[in-house]
Design a binder for this molecule. Structure first.
Ligand code: GTP
Ligand code: MG
Length: 470
């Protein structure tokens, strides 16, 4: 069983420690059990470690120790120790809480990892079976009390919601930096990572036409996912590839309430043919924890009731009285494939609310016969190998694990999960990024055609039944 830390988290912790570090999972509460005997067997005298707590409210926090853990010694001082937080209620908010002075941690045989003001358990902690998630009740005495570590104004309430009930806790050994593991045999076949491979994909997409018998001008690809997962950036990535340079037509970025608030059906112009490509990318606002796009609104989108550039009203929702509401949508208005955009760097920390919402949206698609796909973004943030060279994506064990995790989360086959890396800081196009993005786009066009073909068959069957009745 792998740990939850991915490149982005390791990178931040390495930066705090100072220098490149490699992390090796020593102990995992849910895997190894909550006994201090097991913790000491796996972690004692190993060298510097980082301990991470994952609490039930999606707060992720922990502590770093440059000394080894041990069974004796009582209160000790490690001047390089620090506490930190990575996520607050599922949101990436990294903060380091450095040592001020005095003792930093307690060494004894009958405690798990014990920092001054961040303690785990005495002797034994058992798993409590609760809905929505099982948890381990860790110690809260003096939790983040700011006596030994500078909390920079943060408190037990702001960091951990005033409790230490964790779904898991992990201890990693911190070693000097080495690159992430590279698989010799790729976990998925791919086109060749060269200009020829890219041109073939581009040609496929440039000449794509929707399933002929449906007689629609273009297919509609709906992008849906967490706020900030990279939906608008994905459109920009596709657009940049055909434009031949980095472009930013759909607004992307970061904001608490999400950047995109409208429903836009965006087209891409191909300057080589001076024509629009035969699909529209339907960009929506992101799924969040509280204020959220309503399921009825998603249903309206899928059924083709919402006009282009529709602005959502999360309080009142949409009705047939909403401006521009399409009362009698035809096949050309409908969504033909739904693509869930998941932030690969955040997969282990998705809140239950967001997962539930995304699963509900998947059911809405399945009910309508619309095929779902998952695109996993920000893979450069989870794997160093991919960050340095995107063409290594299928040789990355970390990306393979993330793809498997997303497939499990959505209960879909893993070949329906496609990793992508959006243009975000690059100033020029890169063949490897283009190939990965167009591979994903080609798959969504093929899925859209499957949907159209199924609809066509259903229509024909209906006609035949009617003819028989006549
Ligand atoms: N490193 C990296 N950053 C990315 C990637 N995709 C998107 N981003 C960044 O993530 C942030 C959010 O991207 P957006 O495209 O605005 O996300 P969105 O899903 O449209 O967000 P909302 O409209 O708010 O729902 C931006 O700062 C992007 O630059 C990626 O593949 N890798
Ligand atoms: Mg957006």
């Amino acid at each position: 069983m792998n740990g939850f830390l991915v490149h982005k988290h390791k990178n931040k912790i390495s930066e705090w420690i100072g220098g490149d570090s490699r992390f090796e999972l020593l102990y995992k509460l849910s895997r190894d059990g909550g006994s201090t005997k097991m913790f000491h067997e796996l972690c004692d005298n190993k060298g510097p470690t980082v301990t991470i707590f994952y609490n039930t409210d999606n707060n992720v926090y922990g502590g770093y120790l440059s000394d080894s853990w041990g069974r004796s010694g009582g209160w000790c001082t490690d001047q390089r120790a620090f506490l930190f937080t990575l996520y607050s209620a599922g949101h990436w908010k990294p903060m380091k809480f450095p040592h001020i002075d005095g003792e930093t941690h307690f060494q004894t045989f009958n405690r798990g990892p014990c920092f001054y003001s961040l303690n785990s358990f005495h002797m034994y902690v058992k798993m409590e079976k609760k809905i929505p998630s099982n948890f381990y009740k860790c110690i809260t005495t003096g939790l983040f009390d700011g006596q030994r570590f500078d909390m920079k104004g943060e408190t037990a309430q702001s960091v951990a919601n005033d409790h230490n009930n964790v779904t898991d806790m992990e201890v990693y050994l911190v070693k000097d930096g080495l690159p992430d593991e590279e698989l010799q045999i790729p976990w998925r076949d791919s086109t060749e990572w060269n200009n020829k491979g890219f041109q073939e994909l581009k040609e496929f997409i440039a000449t794509y036409e929707p399933f002929a018998e449906m007689k629609i001008p273009e297919v509609n690809i709906l992008l849906i996912g967490q706020a900030g997962a990279g939906k608008s950036s994905l459109f920009n990535t596709f657009n940049s590839i055909f434009k031949g340079g980095i472009s930013s037509r759909a607004c992307s970025g970061s904001a608490e309430k999400g950047i995109t608030q409208k429903f836009d059906k965006l087209r891409i112009h191909d300057p080589s043919t001076k024509k629009y490509l035969r699909f529209r990318i339907c960009d929506t606002c992101g799924v969040k924890d509280r204020i959220n796009i309503k399921n009825e609104d998603i249903g309206f989108i899928m059924d083709g009731n919402l006009p282009n550039h529709y602005t959502f009203d999360h309080e009142t929702g949409t009705s047939i009285k909403s401006p521009g509401f399409v009362k009698e949508p035809t096949m050309r208005d409908k969504i033909h494939v739904v693509v869930f955009i998941l932030d690969g760097s955040n997969l282990n920390f998705l809140s239950n609310d967001v997962v539930k919402k995304l699963q509900e949206i998947k059911s809405l698609a399945i009910d309508r016969g619309v095929p779902p796909l998952v695109f996993l973004t920000k893979i450069d943030e989870i794997c160093e190998l991919v960050r340095d060279d995107v063409s290594k994506v299928y040789n990355s064990k970390i990306v393979e694990d993330a793809v498997n995790k997303a497939a499990d989360l959505f209960a879909i086959p893993r070949f329906h999960v496609l990793p992508v890396k959006n243009y975000e800081k690059e100033s020029e196009l890169l063949t490897s990024i283009n190939i990965l993005a167009l591979t994903a786009l080609r798959k969504s066009l093929m899925f859209a055609d499957d949907f159209l073909e199924n609809q066509c068959e259903l229509k024909q069957e209906k006609m035949e039944t009617l003819n028989k009745q006549d």
